[in-house]
Design a protein around this ligand. Structure first.
Ligand SMILES: Nc1ncnc2c1ncn2[C@@H]1O[C@H](COP(=O)(O)OP(=O)(O)OP(=O)(O)O)[C@@H](O)[C@H]1O
Ligand SMILES: [Mg+2]
Length: 270
């Protein structure tokens, strides 16, 4: 299997501005902001091979979305190297985006006020997908994800589950080699989650698309990922199989994976 994604000692910090505390200080705070450094990623390194389906987990604020944004070419790291299919994402953005699909569960890439089909048509132009390929691909995934009945509905009128399926289609229309999913199952009901997982598993098998997904739902990981990476405070704390993680961190026999993860997260705060 060939290496598709390689991050070497990637670091990224943000500066956030805090208001002072207290009443008088608050008044002054209208003018004064104290800069505070947040180290979102501290020397993160990992490699992902072609065809892998990797879960990326960690508590809120751990650095998962920041990693996805760097890999997607949206953010530039302070230090370190990131090479994805031979390209540096933020330096060769145009070529890079034609090779990847990205879905942010909390944000939409669909044009809000127009039928989703129009958004797909626009993406066809952006990615320069030949008419025949586009028609075939859309028909295929639209039927597998059962979205045909609402292709003419504006995105803002779709339910969360319907919209998420359309987001996945938008990310896969141009047949990218790599798919980054940032919390794709957030807010979905049990049936929608199962359907989405089944689709992703099948798509990974069928087209060989390499998938990295962040999630807070351990069932996503159990169902999909043979490999899981755990990040905490911007550092990679574990990279391996879910079974090994279970064995390594299990404190009582029969503890379920959510409890094990919760315990791991609690330990990170020490
Ligand atoms: N644009 C930004 N400006 C300032 N700080 C940021 C920015 N983006 C992220 N951060 C900070 O960087 C850290 C990592 O954030 P990130 O969004 O990567 O976490 P996450 O693992 O995706 O968390 P969650 O599970 O809540 O989505 C947090 O402390 C966050 O406040
Ligand atoms: Mg996030």
């Amino acid at each position: 299997m060939s290496e598709l994604i390689k991050l070497t000692e990637i670091s990224k910090h943000f500066t956030v501005y805090e208001r002072p505390e207290g009443k008088w200080e608050l008044l002054k705070g209208a003018f004064i902001r104290y800069p505070k450094r947040v180290d979102a990623l501290k020397k993160i390194s990992f490699t992902i091979n072609e065809g892998e389906l990797v879960g990326y987990i960690g508590p809120n604020g751990a650095g998962k979305s920041t990693t996805v944004k760097i890999m997607g070419g949206i953010l530039t790291p302070d230090e370190g190297e990131c090479v994805i299919d031979g390209r540096i994402p933020w330096k060769e953005r145009v070529e890079h985006v034609s090779n990847i699909g990205v879905v942010f569960g909390q944000r939409s890439q669909l044009w809000w006020d127009v039928p989703v089909k129009d958004s797909f048509d626009l993406l066809k132009e952006i990615y320069d997908i030949p008419e025949k390929d586009y028609k075939e691909r859309l028909e295929e995934i639209a039927s597998r994800l059962s979205v045909e009945s609402f292709l003419r509905t504006p995105a803002r009128q779709l339910s969360l589950g319907q919209r998420m399926r359309c987001e996945i289609i938008a990310a896969l229309l141009h047949r990218p080699k790599i798919l980054f999913l940032d919390e794709p199952t957030i807010g979905l009901d049990a049936v929608s989650k199962l359907e989405l997982r089944a689709f992703l598993k099948e798509e990974n098998k069928r087209s060989g698309v390499t998938i990295l997904m962040t999630t807070h739902d351990m069932d996503d990981i159990e169902a999909l990922c043979s490999r899981v990476m755990v990040i905490g405070h911007g550092m990679l704390l574990y990279d391996g199989s879910l079974n090994t993680l279970r064995q390594r961190y299990e404190t009582q026999e029969g503890q379920d994976i959510d409890e094990i993860i919760a315990e791991m997260y609690r330990d990170m705060d020490l």
